[in-house]
Design a protein around this ligand. Structure first.
Ligand SMILES: [Zn+2]
Length: 265
């Protein structure tokens, strides 16, 4: 997978070694040229089992759209997918690896499937604790994860605006959490927040460059920790193996797409 900045004619591979800034969003860069907010689009691609794509963008940031991956899933469905004659390799976790930062951690464990278990806890009455675990398939991703939107706290919105970030700083493309509740939107899921963190993690794991057989367990993590555990996996001898894979078994996405169009959203 690769991004192409068509405005400056630079190709940036979607791999861990091209990660730049990870404040609030994941940025990839190469030779001083960057592409920002790649994680929601990468999550849509990875979640649907797409691992070969050229993404052309005529500016420094992937459009945030509604702050979720659902618009990308719908567009990918409309564009259509086709298998390539190129052999695929699965990346299988063989031995656990983890990265711990105080109360935050991310670990990758062996599994026969791609699974994500995520726990969040914030110093806010709405978000003290949310936890969810899911086996990630094109269908479960499309229905359970893709529609979950970026969120931010009102107290941080001013800060984000000052730093020039659209993500989390606009009422149109993020769920904004005030002191007593959600300000601007009805939630798409009661636990939309943890689902969005799973979305972010899936997008960051896409930078491994292969479909993953393994389970991510993360608590209070974020982009930096997602990438750190993925890098640790690749840097730890004997922690992973590459297996030949057949074409992915595809659940028909046309049955999934309508579920992504929540009324009024
Ligand atoms: Zn996100």
């Amino acid at each position: 997978m690769r991004f192409v900045r068509t405005d400056v004619d630079v190709e940036i591979p979607a791999t861990l070694s091209h990660i730049g800034s990870q404040d609030h969003a994941t940025t990839l860069n190469r030779d001083g040229v960057s592409i920002g907010t790649v994680e929601h689009l990468l999550a849509a691609l990875f979640g649907l089992g797409i691992d070969d794509v050229r993404v052309e963008v005529d500016g420094p940031e992937v459009p945030v759209l509604d702050g979720s991956a659902a618009p990308f899933v719908i567009l990918l469905h409309e564009a259509g997918l086709r298998p390539l004659a190129v052999p695929r390799q699965l990346l299988r976790v063989v031995r656990p690896v983890e990265v711990v930062h105080g109360a935050k951690f991310a670990r990758l464990l062996p599994s026969d499937h791609f699974e994500v278990g995520y726990t969040i806890g914030f110093d806010h009455p709405l978000l003290r604790h949310q936890s969810l675990a899911l086996r990630v398939t094109p269908r479960s991703f499309s229905e359970q994860i893709a529609p979950a939107r970026t969120f931010g706290f009102l107290r941080e919105v001013e800060l984000l605006r000052k730093s020039g970030l659209a993500l989390g700083g606009s009422l149109e493309n993020a769920v904004v959490i005030g002191e007593t509740g959600v300000l601007n939107n009805k939630l798409r899921f009661d636990d939309e927040f943890v689902r969005h963190k799973m979305l972010d993690a899936i997008g960051d794991l896409a930078l491994l460059g292969h479909p993953l057989l393994g389970r991510l367990e993360a608590t209070r993590a974020g982009h930096a920790l997602h990438a750190a555990v993925a890098k640790r996996l690749l840097a730890t001898p004997g922690a992973f193996e590459l297996l030949p894979a057949g074409a992915p078994s595809r659940e028909p996405i046309e049955q999934v797409a309508p579920a992504l169009r929540p009324a009024g959203a």
